[in-house]
Design a protein around this ligand. Structure first.
Ligand SMILES: Cc1cc2nc3c(=O)[nH]c(=O)nc-3n(C[C@H](O)[C@H](O)[C@H](O)COP(=O)(O)O)c2cc1C
Length: 442
């Protein structure tokens, strides 16, 4: 089979959330370097293309205080990746960094430094950060509306690209005026690989115009195929070749030797990801009040939320939700499905089509279908246990994928090469020069 149909894996090390189990005897630490090193080295043993870190610049809050169940340690991604560069040698190092609060010249220099010291393994996952509350950390503060954030992102990335091309830069953009002379030589892969995560129409157009890889949320086969068609259409409109924007959805894998063992594991994972306390805390975000007197093994509260909208300090998926409407709809849904609070919150937190549960052989066969149809270029795996959560995948699933010819047998070289990417000079120039009128959302 041609390399075009190969799948690649990345590993997405998350902070504290509802998908990684931090409260088991087997759990590592979300801040100790040892956890990061072990999982990055396991991923590298499994020939993973990328080790991926998200970005969260402020602790989430709960009912006006720090969220105790969610006290997330999230060390700065670039600092962590620089340390990992010294204890790994082939795996890509992807730093999520936002274009809303950073500064292009500064970020360009730091990312190319990572690219240089890692010998061509760095990538930047471009996000705009939609949290209303993150802005309060910064000098320029405040909150930018959606369109305004993408307008910044466009100007930001154009500035960074020019800096990475080398030579003196005199950039006059809508948001950034930068006069800069590079201080870091071009790396082995020319420039860091550009990832993007953001799913709106504007985010997709931005990705199709400016980036190499999309970290998507479209995992189920039909959904992934539809997303591929959509991105190909958007990329074609800016003159890019079919499938030149790679797509790697985030996914969870619960795999074992037999289907029965995988089901048992799945049960254990779900039990440990969201327990009674986490389930109640989830509802409290929307009810706007403590629910300690509510039985998590019983139905959703009959009384209404005390707020009109959920707080903005909780983060994505929560902010500004219309609590009264949601509460009514959820009560009805849980009742219809016969779910108690824990079951309901679990079903909302973990979409079935985002998880691959099954025996190694079953999952290898399912992934072969993705490769055959070219639905995705790989998966960004979120391990449910750190630091041992990739062991089964690396030891048992990867060899089966290699046998089927849909997974690399060796590293090809730089991150760009490992992802099968090339630099299309014509497109790079076009992306830099496209007049702003062409950037309207389609
Ligand atoms: C798969 C995925 C991962 C993301 N990871 C982060 C992250 O780590 N930090 C962050 O600030 N935003 C993250 N975001 C959100 C981005 O800030 C994104 O810009 C936001 O969703 C707004 O863009 P959109 O309206 O186009 O979706 C992520 C989004 C997606 C889809």
């Amino acid at each position: 089979m041609s390399t075009q149909h190969q799948l690649r894996f990345g590993v997405f090390f998350q902070g504290v959330n509802s998908s990684t189990i931090w409260r088991s005897q087997a759990s590592g630490s979300q801040t100790d370097f040892a956890s990061f090193r072990q999982i990055a080295q396991t991923a590298e043993r499994g020939l993973f293309s990328a080790f991926f870190l998200g970005e969260g610049l402020r602790l989430r809050e709960h009912l006006g205080g720090i969220h105790e169940l969610d006290v997330a340690g999230r060390p700065d991604a670039q600092t962590m990746l620089a340390a990992l560069a010294a204890v790994t040698s082939r795996i890509g190092l992807v730093a999520t960094q936002n274009t809303t609060y950073n500064d292009p010249a500064d970020l360009a220099r730091r990312l190319s430094s990572l690219d240089l010291i890692s010998e061509g393994r760095a990538a930047w996952n471009i996000v705009t950060t939609h949290n209303a509350w993150t802005g309060a950390n910064f000098r320029r503060g405040g909150y930018l509306e959606h369109h305004e954030r993408y307008s910044h992102a466009e100007d930001f990335v154009r500035t960074v690209r020019q800096i990475w091309e080398g030579g003196p830069v005199h950039h006059r953009g809508n948001h950034y005026n930068v006069d800069y002379t590079g201080t870091v030589p071009v790396s082995a892969q020319h420039r860091p690989v550009l990832f993007q995560a953001g799913d709106s129409a504007e985010g997709r157009d931005f990705a199709a115009r400016q980036t190499d890889v999309i970290f998507s949320a479209h995992v189920g086969l039909e959904d992934a195929l539809e997303f591929r068609r959509d991105i190909n259409a958007r990329a074609a409109r800016v003159g890019r070749a079919e499938n030149s924007v790679k797509i790697m959805p985030g996914a969870e894998f619960i795999v074992a030797e037999t289907p029965e063992a995988a089901e048992e594991k799945h049960h254990w994972v779900r039990e440990h990801q969201i327990g009674p306390q986490q389930a109640l805390a989830y509802l409290e975000q929307f009810w706007g009040t403590r629910l300690e007197s509510v039985d998590p093994h019983g139905p959703l509260p009959e009384f209404d939320p005390v707020v009109e909208q959920s707080s903005v300090t909780r983060g994505s998926g929560f902010q500004g939700a219309k609590s009264l409407e949601l509460a009514a709809a959820w009560r009805a849904e849980a009742k219809e499905k016969g779910q108690n609070i824990i079951e309901f919150v679990r079903s909302r937190s973990h979409r079935a089509d985002h998880t691959f549960t099954g025996s190694y052989d079953q999952i290898a066969a399912r992934l072969a279908r993705y490769a055959e149809l070219g639905a995705v270029d790989g998966f960004n795996i979120t391990p449910w246990l750190i630091p041992t959560g990739l062991d089964d995948i690396v030891n048992h699933l990867v060899p089966r994928l290699q046998e089927r010819g849909i997974y690399p047998e060796a590293y090809a070289g730089t991150l760009r090469e490992n992802l099968g990417l090339s630099i299309d000079k014509t497109h790079e120039q076009r992306a830099q020069q496209a007049p702003l009128a062409e950037q309207e959302v389609s």
